[in-house]
Design a protein around this ligand. Structure first.
Ligand code: ADP
Ligand code: MG
Length: 559
């Protein structure tokens, strides 16, 4: 038998590919299973147009068979198979995708699920195998062939015996090296986990023989091992189901199955978009703040699937920072992926999806605020600070998105209120939205600076979070009403500083004031008469934009 050579470029490409395209070796299994699923899809598609073919769902499946003794891993499918030329053309020429050709030839466009398109996935098998053997029998052919390759050297091809139509790929798993162990690719439980992770929503059953133990008949403490064939994947992704078929429990189950969090989600959102851009998404607002939420370790992002196949665990581009608490997934058929499926090539579609998702989260939060105040407050106590950071670090339109979602404790209502509620209650003559900063609501309540505003009957928002005042400074105003700290020099309240009376009194006490100024020269800029005090003799106030509370925080910051 003569050994055929890969084309020169192919040889280099193969080496490069094997060593650099994929970051995780385990994805070879995803690639081979995706190919098997494509091969079954092709039969399914042919059966749609060919009356002599029937597609009996039960006879189509993928089977994964580890064999520790022989160090082989076999992936068998009952798909369309490959004829001799196809083995040569599709597996012998790297970067040639038979699946892409199939889609073009058959003019398959919308809604069709064939995954392959780059013609490199197959070669990922060489990341874990020294020898790859492909035995295949094409639909409508009497002959089967065996293709075999050790990687960059080339391949052999010869006639072989195979009963059923389909393909069997046998990987001779590499021996362990000092740096790397390959044993996990022979462990049923590991393989099962990998299938679950990447290929859970492949439309056809992926089967494995799984050995476990059970109590022996009639005995409580004697166990026996038994092996049964299990279907590993759940096949129909929950996000493809109709919302009307799904219950809250289904969504909660998915949340915990996916390890999005240990809590129960506070709310889920199921998005189905079918237009020029198609995608499905399930998003969750967690109930509790993850323990590492405000640490460097916390990574935001949504799972990203392309056609039911997991591409990325945490796609950060799908979420703005201020919604980094959102968990969930997006599945789209319209993403242009690069060959390793690890990067998105043109992110136009992704950007559009991200924008839609952002708007959706916002409107869902608004709905929650409107319809279920209690739940919203639970949410706000966990993640409100993140929204405020979002306003503070505004480089674009954050504040438009977020201002309606903010809440602060109110002096008159004694509970959290929104800016909208505040403004709608403002008496006509009130010019500003007043706020006071301090460590706790109780402490703020006792601040002398709040007295005049409170006496006027105006509502004051209490800022107890360090970020509050900074966020408000970015916001500047809400519905044309500016924010005003109760400790600022000019409160905009008429009764306050009647200039004549003030200067008169100031003149009267000039000596005292001068004396105070010398004593406090390091600490205060000026000492003045104030009309804002009611029961307190004295208070501090600020001239500029930076209030006392902000100054404290700024001084505490490392340079
Ligand atoms: P892609 O899937 O992107 O097309 P691959 O390198 O994964 O590229 O596979 C190359 C081609 O080999 C496929 O397009 C398909 O034509 C063929 N092929 C691979 N695996 C199988 C299989 N199990 N059954 C039938 N054809 C297959
Ligand atoms: Mg493929």
């Amino acid at each position: 038998m003569t050994k055929k050579q890969f084309k020169a470029e192919s040889k280099r490409l193969l080496e490069m590919m094997i060593n650099s395209i994929y970051t995780h070796k385990e994805v070879f299994l995803r690639e081979l299973i995706s190919n098997a699923s494509d091969a079954i899809d092709k039969i399914y598609y042919k059966a749609l147009t060919d009356d002599s073919l029937t597609f009996d769902k039960d006879s189509y499946f993928v089977k994964v068979i580890p064999d520790k003794e022989n160090r082989t891993l076999t992936i068998r499918d009952t798909g369309i198979g490959m004829a001799k030329e196809e083995l040569e053309n599709n597996l012998g020429v790297i970067a040639k995708s038979g699946s892409l050709a199939f889609k073009t030839e058959n003019e398959i466009k919308d809604g069709y699920d064939i995954i392959g398109q780059f013609g490199v996935g197959f070669y990922s098998a060489f990341m874990v195998a020294d020898v790859v053997t492909v035995i295949s029998k094409a639909l409508g052919s009497d002959e089967a062939y065996k293709w075999e390759s050790t990687g960059a050297d080339g391949y052999t091809i010869e006639p072989y015996e195979k009963e059923e139509v389909g393909t069997e790929i046998i990987l001779q798993i590499k021996e362990n090296t000092e740096d790397e162990s390959y044993d996990e690719y022979l462990e049923a439980y590991q393989l099962k986990a990998t299938i679950k992770k990447y290929s859970d929503f492949i439309r056809y059953p992926i089967k494995m023989d799984i050995t476990s133990s059970r109590p022996k008949d009639g005995s409580e403490n004697e166990f026996e091992e038994f092996t049964e064939e299990q279907v590993i994947n759940s096949m129909v992704p929950i996000w493809r189901k109709n919302k009307s078929e799904l219950t809250d429990e289904d969504y909660e189950h998915f949340y915990s199955e996916k390890h999005y969090g240990f809590d129960k989600p506070l709310k889920h959102v199921h998005i189905k978009v079918d237009g020029t851009l198609r995608y499905n998404a399930i998003l969750y607002i967690p109930e509790k703040m993850p323990f590492d939420y405000y640490s460097k370790e916390y990574e935001k992002g949504l799972e990203l699937y392309s056609n039911g196949v997991l591409i990325m665990n945490k796609c950060a581009d799908l979420l703005p920072d201020y919604f980094s608490f959102v968990k969930g997934m997006v599945d789209s058929e319209d993403l242009s992926l690069n060959i390793s499926r690890e990067m998105l090539q043109h992110d136009r579609q992704l950007k559009q999806i991200a924008k839609n998702i952002k708007n959706k989260i916002k409107s869902e939060l608004q709905k929650l605020l409107r319809d279920d105040r209690e739940k919203y407050e639970t949410f706000y106590s966990a993640f409100g600070r993140q929204l405020k950071y979002g306003v503070y670090s505004d480089f674009g339109s954050n504040k438009e998105v977020l201002q309606e979602l903010l809440m602060f404790h109110s002096s008159t209502e004694k509970k959290l209120v929104t800016l909208d509620e505040y403004v709608s209650r403002m008496p006509e003559e009130q010019k500003y939205i007043y706020y006071a900063s301090g460590e706790t609501n109780e402490r703020i309540e006792k601040l002398p600076q709040t007295e005049l505003v409170a006496e006027k009957g105006y509502e004051i928002l209490y800022f107890t979070d360090e970020v509050d005042e900074f966020a408000i400074k970015m916001l500047m105003s809400y519905k044309d009403k500016q924010f005003k700290s109760v400790s600022s020099g000019d409160l905009g309240i008429d009764t306050e500083e009647k200039d004549d009376a003030k200067s008169e009194e100031e003149a009267e006490s000039k000596e005292l004031f001068d004396y105070m100024k010398t004593i406090l020269s390091e600490k205060v800029k000026d000492v003045r008469v104030s009309k804002r005090l009611k029961s307190h003799p004295v208070c501090l106030s600020t001239d500029g934009e930076v209030t006392i509370e902000m100054e404290k925080i700024l001084n505490a910051m490392p340079d």
